[in-house]
Design a protein around this ligand. Structure first.
Ligand SMILES: [Zn+2]
Length: 73
């Protein structure tokens, strides 16, 4: 079984090396807001009020998460 938590950790590190940034407004005023059923971290932007998660607006789709991980093994 792929370690999805590790996978999302890598995605976050790659996408936001200096901390989570809102994909809608670019603000760093972002609050953690639980997890999606697939295990991605959810966020709430305090600046624009929108919600997003680890995969929002990226080319990495949910179904690609496991293959993304397997590339590293
Ligand atoms: Zn925002």
């Amino acid at each position: 079984m792929p370690d999805t938590e590790e996978c999302y950790r890598i995605i976050r590190q790659t996408r936001w090396p200096e901390g989570v940034i809102c994909p809608y407004c670019g603000s760093k005023e972002v609050q953690k807001n639980g997890y999606t059923p697939k295990g991605a971290q959810k966020y709430h932007c305090k600046n624009c009020g929108k919600y997003f998660n680890d995969l929002t607006g990226t080319k990495v789709r949910k179904q690609d998460a496991s293959s993304f991980l397997s590339l590293r093994i």
